[in-house]
Design a protein around this ligand. Structure first.
Ligand code: CA
Length: 548
């Protein structure tokens, strides 16, 4: 309820005359308690639960095509208690860069972490450091993906690099430690321990719970091996997209379930008793086996007991063509959603812990993920593109007494806005060099008439894994313009008429006026965000390949 915090003000407490001294003391204490509650409410605790590669359409509350399998009951419950941002986007659809944008409130070209090969400069200004200065207790557990030792946290334990699903190593202030168990559960336990015992109870806190799941390669917890086993999962409408009406980059990527998803590396096929992993040849296969090798004998036995018969049936079926794609898709989507179920249970545990500790009424709980993902959409897995499925980020916020339960917001928001939002929630100053905007007015249900009418995007990692060329672009509530500048290829979509972005209208004469308007907007936003990246075209031989 907007303005609901007013109920904590002491103005309405009646002071009667002629009451006993004890009663007066009691009332005084009561008033002090109310004043204290009001002060605390002005500085809410913040719990930021953040996963890796969780597409909004793999969350029930987003009403996508996977809703029917009920993938996220706890996250849906969080959504029913808070606000779902329906137009939430990243600035650069890849793991490390998204996290760097969140830390700094600045686009990649400003925070220096433009692709996963970069290292984050922890000495720069970040929102956790500013919250610490503002009197918050701070902690981060799980995947940082920014390399180096995190700064700005009273307590921390982070996975080195991508980290492992089973028995992961974690970097802590005391050095590297190996922790037995399943990664999502380990991170949840650390967060619960912070809430219960580690935090300074005299301060409001900001806790970041950052899961590795559901990042490739998808290894669920043992309790989820059989989840969805007897179901045939729905398929995306674009599973067999041939990209014939897109610009050439869409045809020259390497992220197709059909041609690029690896049976061993991505799906763990044959890493079973009949096919011991260390006998499999090839870089990808060995890498998959590396992940499994970290399992204990008991964990490995349980995996093989479940997946072994499924692999045997797969070999016996001898599938080819579309049937093989469909089988790979089913194995992939089930393991992906099993990993997500682990994250969902983490959300449930953290919400329950907040309730048990009496913290839930004054704690903002946020669920988000670093970008979207292709769950077979366009025949793909992975992210990187400015197309909708990987551009969108889930963003769900529960803020008791401020955000109306079950509300939905459609303003264009980005991970660029998170830092300023958290500072604003905490009543801390928002530095002028941050490039986003606080979402607090939206969370209060306000509709600012000067909100941004477009978002700016820039992806940098090419040539690299999955071969998605560099591109920048703008998206309004209806239109999207993308520029693959290394090859001077453009795409333009009317999302109202073509939500799946199947037909590039860049050369459509009827769209020329709108395209010109979008080009002006792209240039204006590039300048506004001071993006001076090199946008030069690349040599002839690259061009030739891309134009095929
Ligand atoms: Ca990611």
């Amino acid at each position: 309820m907007p303005g609901g915090l007013a109920r904590n003000t002491p103005d309405t407490v009646p002071f009667a005359t002629g009451i006993s001294c004890i009663m007066k003391s009691f009332i005084a204490l009561f008033v002090l308690t109310l004043v204290g509650a009001a002060v605390a409410a002005d500085r809410p605790n913040i719990v930021f639960i953040f996963s890796d590669d969780h597409a909004p359409h793999a969350i029930g509350a987003y009403n996508g095509w996977l809703k029917s399998v009920n993938p996220t009951p706890a996250i849906d419950r969080l959504a029913s208690q808070g606000m779902v941002f329906e137009n939430s986007f990243c600035t650069n659809s890849i793991c490390g860069p998204s996290r760097a944008v969140i830390q700094t409130g600045k686009h990649s070209h400003k925070n220096g972490f433009m692709n996963n090969g970069n290292s984050f400069d922890w000495n720069q200004q970040t929102f956790p450091k500013l919250l610490q200065k503002a009197g918050y207790a701070t902690a981060i557990y799980g995947k940082s993906h920014l390399k180096g030792k995190p700064q700005g946290y009273d307590h921390w334990a982070v996975l080195p690099g991508q980290g492992l699903y089973y028995n992961p190593d974690m970097l802590t202030p005391e050095g590297m430690v190996r922790i037995p168990g399943y990664c999502t559960d380990i991170v949840t336990d650390m967060a619960v321990d912070f809430l219960k015992t580690k935090r300074d109870k005299h301060k409001p806190f900001m806790l970041m719970v950052q899961h590795k799941a559901p990042h490739r390669n998808w290894m669920p917890a043992p309790r989820h091996y059989d989840l969805y086993a007897d179901m045939t999962m729905p398929e995306p409408a674009t599973l067999f997209d041939d990209y014939k009406d897109n610009a050439p980059p869409a045809r020259h990527q390497e992220m197709e379930i059909d041609r690029h998803m690896h049976l061993n590396f991505d799906l763990f096929v044959d890493l079973t008793p009949d096919f011991p992993g260390d006998q499999i040849k090839g870089r990808f296969d060995k890498s998959a086996w590396h992940n499994m090798k970290r399992m204990t004998d008991e964990q490995l036995r349980a995996w093989r007991q479940t997946y072994g018969p499924r692999d045997k049936a797969f070999h016996e079926a001898n599938l080819t063509g579309k049937d093989l794609v469909r089988w790979k898709y089913q194995r992939y989507v089930k393991n992906y959603l099993r990993c997500i179920r682990g994250v969902d249970e983490s959300v449930a545990t953290i919400m329950k812990t907040l309730e048990e500790l009496g913290l839930d009424e004054n704690t903002v709980v946020i669920y988000s993920s670093d970008q979207g993902f292709y769950v077979g959409d366009h025949g793909w897995y992975d992210k990187r593109w400015m197309y909708e499925e990987s551009l969108k980020m889930p963003l769900i916020v529960k803020w008791p007494g401020v955000t109306r339960p079950g509300s939905r917001d459609t303003h264009l928001v980005q991970n660029l806005d998170y830092a300023q939002t958290f500072l604003d929630m905490a009543g801390a100053k928002q530095p002028a060099d941050m490039q986003g905007r606080s979402l607090v007015p939206l969370l209060k249900g306000e509709k600012p008439n000067d909100w941004r009418d477009a978002i700016y995007y820039h992806y940098y990692e090419y040539p690299s894994v999955h071969m998605v060329p560099r591109h920048n672009g703008v998206r309004t509530d209806r239109y999207k313009l993308m520029h693959f500048y290394q090859f001077d290829e453009w795409e333009f979509y009317d999302l109202q008429k073509d939500p799946d972005e199947l037909t590039n209208l860049y050369n459509d004469p009827a769209s020329s006026k709108t395209i010109a308007m979008m080009k002006d907007k792209l240039e204006a936003m590039r300048k506004y965000y001071d993006d001076d990246s090199d946008l030069a075209e690349k040599p002839e031989e690259w061009q030739k390949k891309m134009r095929q």
